[in-house]
Ligand binder design. Structure first.
Ligand code: ZN
Length: 386
């Protein structure tokens, strides 16, 4: 949002501000909007009228009040607009359809071996388009599509998909292709960032502005929030902790380097412990060593960013039989003594839909910042204003 100089951009700025305030507070009166937005009451009234005419905002029951007139409360409407969130994992795709307030209304999930398809480019795009068509949504209802993926993005926003076995890298213009075919905005970000965004918007980090979300599945990545903002880095690569080299010359990683953290603590690595163990006792010992190693690495991440909370999620948390108390002990042993008393450590199990929901919130983030670009009905109702 940039405060504009001409009347039209000022109105767009105020519109975004009011819509964001309604979304943030779930229920708010016109009087409070004027106070919090530092706007005059006529401006608030006029903008709220537009938002209601565009089907974005509705009036709810009057507030509980014992003194004076009870104000009418405004809410974001859940009736018409839908956001599509997609979790493009390495072996399956999950699509959720959410309301503007993040409620899931539809969910489709199916397997697709993204890394090993011969023509990842077309298969990914086709699979996503097929799923979008199966939602039977009218294009006018779709505000945008958010895609969470486990791959790096190139500087030109192409998805870099790697084949685990042959190291064959493919650049997929997924965002552009989907947007061209669907005719709606498409936003992409990596899965760890979007899992973190989900926690910040709807989950455990709503009141925590400094936290690190470590997503452990077949890959390992982190979404880092610093002072309420997602840390992206120069090329958007911040948080790729799976590619910190921990064992020089170690196992070959999907990125081309050797001995990356991902080769040692991913779900894939954990699953191999069972095959490698000579006996049940040996397996237990291996799992214990694994948990200690994981905890130490996570402790080091805490030492770098000093988060208030370290959230650990991903398929790993729900699927791997990992002794959490061992991980927890190793984290607290590795962190600087000064940080031990304030660090909150959380394991979250319900990640699969959360990543897709995080992808939907990415679209919400852009749409609330520039509503006139995302809600065509809104520009029409603006034009009707004197
Ligand atoms: Zn790597």
């Amino acid at each position: 949002m940039t405060k504009g100089k001409n009347p039209q951009t000022t109105r767009e700025y105020n519109q975004a501000l009011i819509l964001s305030l309604i979304a943030k507070h779930s229920a708010i009166s016109r009087v409070d909007l004027a106070r919090l937005g530092k706007l005059s009451k006529p401006v608030v009234t006029s903008i709220v009228d537009n938002l209601m005419a565009a089907g974005l905002v509705k009036e709810g029951p009057k507030a509980e009040s014992t003194v004076g007139r009870r104000p009418v409360m405004l809410h974001i409407t859940e009736d018409f607009y839908r956001i599509i969130g997609i979790d493009l994992s390495r072996d399956h795709i999950t699509l959720v359809v959410t309301t503007l307030t993040g409620e899931i209304r539809q969910r489709i999930s199916e397997s697709l071996d993204v890394e090993n398809t011969q023509s990842a480019k077309h298969e990914i795009t086709d699979a996503v388009l097929d799923m979008v068509n199966r939602t039977k949504l009218d294009r006018k209802q779709i505000v945008g599509v958010g895609v969470a993926h486990p791959f790096p993005l190139s500087s030109s926003r192409k998805l870099i998909v790697a084949n685990q076995d042959v190291g064959d890298w493919k650049a997929v213009k997924l965002g552009e292709e989907l947007s061209d075919v669907l005719g709606v905005p498409v936003h992409l970000d990596n899965d760890a960032n979007l899992a973190a965004m989900h926690e910040r918007w709807y989950g455990r980090a709503r009141k925590i502005s400094d936290f690190v979300y470590v997503l452990i599945g077949n890959g390992v990545g982190a979404g880092i929030y610093n002072n309420g903002r997602l840390v992206r880095g120069h090329l958007g690569f911040a948080g790729e902790i799976g590619h910190i080299v921990v064992t020089p010359g170690g196992e070959q990683c999907v990125c081309g380097n050797r001995g990356c953290l991902e080769t040692e603590i991913s779900l894939r690595r954990f699953d191999r412990l069972e095959e490698e163990a000579a006996s049940n006792r040996d397996l237990e010992e291996k799992i214990n060593q694994y948990a200690l190693r994981l905890g130490r690495h996570l402790g080091n991440i805490v030492n770098i960013f000093n988060p208030q909370a370290l959230i650990i999620g991903g398929a790993f948390v729900s699927e791997a039989r990992i002794p959490r108390e061992v991980v927890e002990r190793a984290v607290y042993e590795a962190v600087h003594p000064v940080l031990r008393s304030t660090l909150q450590l959380m394991f979250v199990e319900d990640v699969p839909d959360n990543v897709a929901k995080g992808a939907a919130s990415l679209v919400g983030l852009y749409a609330y910042r520039q509503p006139h670009r995302y809600f065509p009905n809104l520009s029409q109702s603006n034009n009707r204003q004197p």
